[in-house]
Design a protein around this ligand. Structure first.
Ligand code: BGP
Length: 474
């Protein structure tokens, strides 16, 4: 049997994509609340367009999302019915610190999550909690400029200390930042950055990167001090870059693009900035805002495990200006002619999961955790609301099969697997509801219409069987 008996099967969500209740329970506004659906979404999430408030011209899907704020108990019951051993979710920072810079937390927000964790415990589901998933209080963006400001480290530390203390014994698995490398591609989502006219954008991103890495290390330290049982991980938007062909230029290009993604994890897992990054930043005249003592903090507080999302591999080619491009997780890549693609143009490469797992394992020699993987597809329910999503089952079975090989044939150490969007939720990239990932259909459309009724899809029963057989029966 490739997977250990305590292998953590489950599913993943993020507060901003499912919770809703944006103005309830004393919650403050967050960056993700004001990101609309539609054509302005992309310039906003990349920090190119300033949009920090609601207006009448846009629809804001995160405001209500799938209203998990009111449906969480029913949703957890369905996850338990599938046999989930773990449930990955994130905290809305603004439920706990509505503005972000308060010293005292909002009790209502803490109580909300405490109830969820207690219910998880009752159901035998181990929560896996992402402290920040594309989430930053809007007040911290307006007042401090987001993560380019070092004060963010203190605010995050306060958040981390508060939650580690309050949820001690209820939560044992933590991720500090979702897809930390996404900061370079979606800086408003990843770091609350909105670029000023004429600002050196690369410089701003690396200021934010250092501050997040430092905050992550400090949180890891505090988490371990408060409860030595805590397992704290980093989280990478993974997907190996393949060279377009064996031309050494393309092989080198792939290596360099892999470096750009991996440097965050190098710091979090190995405890120091890699030379390749320091040399490049030096050549480009970009400075890291390292202060006395920072490097020691990074060195002394590395993560316990390395988690990642995997949707596709990527392809690197020098001077790829005229190459065919395929859509991907926020950023596009050169098209791989050997692969099919999803309806949203994301290429499908199950073997790439095995390849990626091997690379990450070889590099860090720490247990891995696949915390996102899945297929965003259009689902068409029949008159009873049932979706026969064989395409999703095929996608997941193929990926789990390759994951199995990585464990069984290659000896990669793996803690668990949480599929992305185990219940339909709002897409991070597009803001659509129609890009569905779930085992559970949620009746809601791209503009917020629908009853919010939950209905198991065909994949629900399939995943239940996968978990029951510990991945044997796919
Ligand atoms: C990752 C994010 C998730 C999720 C997923 C799918 O980048 O961590 O939040 O949304 O991608 O992307 P999308 O929702 O754009 O289909």
């Amino acid at each position: 049997m490739p997977f250990s008996k305590d292998f953590l099967w489950g599913g993943a969500t993020a507060a901003n994509q499912c919770e809703g209740g944006y103005n309830l329970g004393g919650r403050g506004l967050a960056n993700v609340d004001v990101v609309p659906h539609g054509k302005d979404r992309f310039p906003i999430i990349t920090g190119e367009m300033k949009h920090l408030d609601f207006d009448d011209q846009h629809f804001y899907p995160a405001k209500e999302a799938i209203d998990m704020y009111h449906h969480w108990k029913e949703d957890l019951a369905m996850f338990a019915e599938m046999g989930f051993k773990t449930y990955r979710m994130s905290l809305a920072w603004t439920r706990i610190f509505p503005k972000g810079d308060e010293t005292e937390p909002n009790e209502e927000g803490l109580a909300f999550y405490e109830e969820i964790f207690k219910e998880c415990q009752r159901l035998g589901i181990e929560p896996l909690v992402t402290i920040t998933h594309f989430d930053c209080p809007i007040h911290l963006i307006k007042e401090y400029g987001g993560w380019r400001n070092r004060k963010m480290v203190d605010f995050y530390e306060n958040l981390a200390r508060t939650i580690f203390t309050r949820f001690k014994g209820l939560v044992h698995y933590w991720l500090t930042f979702n897809e930390i490398n996404m900061l370079l591609h979606a800086p408003f989502m990843g770091a609350g950055l909105v670029f000023e006219e004429g600002e050196n954008k690369e410089q701003a991103k690396y200021l934010a990167a250092h501050h997040e890495l430092l905050a992550s290390a400090i949180a890891t330290k505090i988490g371990h001090e408060i409860d030595p049982e805590n397992k704290i991980g980093c989280m990478l938007a993974a997907g190996e870059y393949y060279p377009f062909d064996c031309h050494p230029d393309n092989v080198l290009e792939a290596q360099q693009q892999n470096h750009d993604n991996l440097f965050f994890i190098d710091v979090q897992s190995r405890g120091k900035y890699p030379n390749y990054l320091l040399k490049r930043l030096e050549r480009e005249g970009i400075e890291l805002p390292i202060q006395e003592g920072d490097l020691e903090i990074l060195a002394e507080n590395t993560v316990d495990f390395v988690s990642f999302s995997y949707y596709s591999s990527r392809v690197a080619k020098v001077s790829d200006g005229d190459a065919d491009k395929s859509a991907g997780n926020i950023f596009e890549s050169v098209t791989n002619p050997y692969l099919e693609a999803s309806e949203w143009g994301w290429q499908i490469d199950p073997q790439g999961l095995r390849i990626t797992m091997n690379s990450v394992w070889d590099r860090y020699q720490k247990p891995l955790f696949v915390v996102e993987n899945g297929l965003g597809a259009v689902d068409t329910p029949d008159e009873d609301g049932y979706v026969a999503d064989d395409y999703r089952i095929a996608y997941m079975a193929a990926h789990i099969e390759e994951m199995k090989k990585a464990v069984e044939l290659d000896g990669v150490e793996l803690l668990g697997y949480t599929s992305w969007g185990c219940i339909d939720l709002v897409s991070a990239g597009t803001g659509e509801m129609s890009k569905r990932y779930g085992f559970i259909y949620v009746d809601r459309d791209d503009f917020g219409k629908g009853s919010l009724k939950r209905t198991p899809k065909k994949s629900f029963a399939w995943y239940k069987k996968v978990i029951a057989t510990n991945g044997e029966d796919l």
